[in-house]
Ligand binder design. Structure first.
Ligand code: AMP
Length: 193
């Protein structure tokens, strides 16, 4: 299986690039943010809980996020592989993902980390707000909190994959096609087991 963690701060381009990668490699895209937003739209209990954190730019608690993600993986018995987009965002989530995949006799192939500077991220998110309808993209204070939470809780997850020799940093500045080409090149130089 080809199991990719597509990593990077909010606004780095994970959603856009995931769509391109799933089409090319025939993978299943699991975006925890998208799943939470679908639950908010469907007015589920999970959606109500997630919204109370997302509206502030805080992380949804690990226990809730991990069990939701595992249930989504379980639904896709026939998958050739997954792109995890926006997960793992904490060390506890990274540990849980490894444990869970090993029970399924598979593992993360690589972490592809899109690298984009903070001022570019803020510009992109405010621009995305015009079409995304996302309240957490429209408010500069919430954007700043999301970036701070990323730096404090999520950035250390990269160390976890570096220690396993699975981390690949990708320059996230350029056209969508240029960045996709960098991701394809990184995937093609990674051995898949
Ligand atoms: P995203 O769509 O990835 O930008 O995520 C939007 C929001 O959903 C985040 O700011 C968090 O509130 C929540 N969220 C998404 N993924 C996770 C995760 N893996 N752990 C905790 N909260 C998450």
């Amino acid at each position: 299986m080809l199991n990719i963690v597509l990593f990077g701060p909010p606004g780095a381009g994970k959603g856009t690039q995931s769509e391109i990668l799933i089409a090319k490699y025939n993978l299943i895209h699991l975006s925890t943010g998208d799943i939470f937003r679908a639950n908010i739209k469907g007015e589920t209990e999970l959606g109500k809980l997630a919204k109370s954190y997302m509206d502030k730019g805080e992380l949804v608690p690990d226990s809730v996020t991990i069990s939701m993600l595992q249930a989504e993986v379980e639904k896709r018995e026939d998958a050739k592989g997954f792109i995890f987009d926006g997960f793992p965002r904490t060390s506890a989530q990274a540990n849980a993902l490894d444990a869970f995949l090993s029970i399924k006799q598979t593992s993360i192939t690589c972490m592809l980390a899109l690298e984009v500077g903070e001022s570019e991220l803020k510009d992109r998110l405010l621009n995305r707000a015009k079409t995304s309808g996302r309240a957490d993209d429209a408010d500069p204070n919430i954007i700043q909190n999301r970036i701070d939470v990323y730096n404090r809780e999520t950035a250390p997850v990269a160390e976890y994959y570096k220690a396993q020799g699975k981390y690949k940093g990708i320059d996230g500045i350029g056209s969508i096609e240029e960045i996709s080409a960098r991701l394809f090149a990184a995937i093609e130089t990674t051995s898949v087991s």
